[in-house]
Design a binder for this molecule. Structure first.
Ligand code: 6PG
Length: 245
């Protein structure tokens, strides 16, 4: 069910392993086809990773000029809003590395959600080509304590979308709209890495990785790359309920 699960003692170890993976995958992609496309997750877990990538330990090991930044989802707020995933990424990473502005493809959370989703799908078509599903070199995924990933929340309409690449998704429990990549889009990626940390994720992580398959309830279970590598990088606190952990 969950690809291979790698457990780290704390969030620092988790962030360092994730950063090393990004260095490796970006070097391989750029050597192979001249560019590295990455979709970032939002929320709080990736903050430590993004700060580490911008640090002296890592910044010089990445070819930022050939890295292209996308997002897996976005809140429907302006780009300077405290809840914006883009805003968080700017603060922790983008404002601190020599990545060209033209390499950054922001989901426009300030727009009408349906229009922003359609516009982002056009952005993906322009970048990847419009015939086949885009194949990100890497998608970073977070997981909520309810088992959601990106903005694919339990019981929401977006879970059933199999044609569109990007949709607007109303999340009743948050009483808010989100923009999110869809299941087929995520599963087309060459590499998917889940980053999960914290005791509050332990029950959902157990359910997703070792419980019965019920993806409508635990949407992270939908993530099964068609022809890609799935890895779960988790900290000990999140892994504490896993068998054989
Ligand atoms: C978002 C995310 C979402 C996130 C999980 C985990 O926009 O919130 O993309 O899928 O990854 O909710 O969030 P935390 O890292 O804050 O626990």
């Amino acid at each position: 069910m969950g690809g291979n699960v790698e457990i780290f003692p704390d969030t620092r170890g988790l962030a360092r392993a994730s950063a090393e993976s990004i260095v490796t995958l970006s070097s391989e992609a750029i050597a192979a086809w001249g560019r590295f496309s990455i979709g970032l997750s939002g929320g709080s877990t990736p903050r430590t990773l993004f700060q580490l990538l911008a640090s002296d330990d890592f910044a010089s090991r990445i070819d930022w000029g050939n890295m292209y930044i996308f997002w897996g989802d976005e809140r429907c707020v302006p780009p300077d809003h405290a809840d914006s995933n883009y805003h968080m990424t700017r603060e922790t990473l983008l404002d601190h590395v020599p990545l060209p502005e033209d390499n950054i493809y922001r989901m426009q959370g300030e727009r009408d959600p349906a229009e922003a989703a359609a516009a982002y799908e056009e952005t993906l078509r322009a970048f990847f080509g419009s015939d086949a599903l885009p194949r990100f070199d890497l998608l970073l995924q977070g997981m909520g304590d309810d088992g959601h990933t990106a903005s694919l929340f339990p019981g929401t309409a977006a879970l059933r979308e199999r044609e569109r690449w990007v949709v607007a998704n109303y999340v009743e429990k948050l009483d808010s709209w989100r923009i999110t990549l869809t299941v087929p889009m995520i599963n087309a990626a060459a590499n998917v890495i889940f980053l999960v940390a914290g005791e509050n994720k332990a029950e959902a992580l157990r359910a997703v990785l070792q419980g019965p398959r019920q993806p409508e309830l635990y949407p992270s279970q939908f993530v099964q790359p068609e022809n890609g590598r799935l890895r779960w990088l988790v900290d000990a606190a999140a892994a504490q309920l896993l068998r054989d952990s």
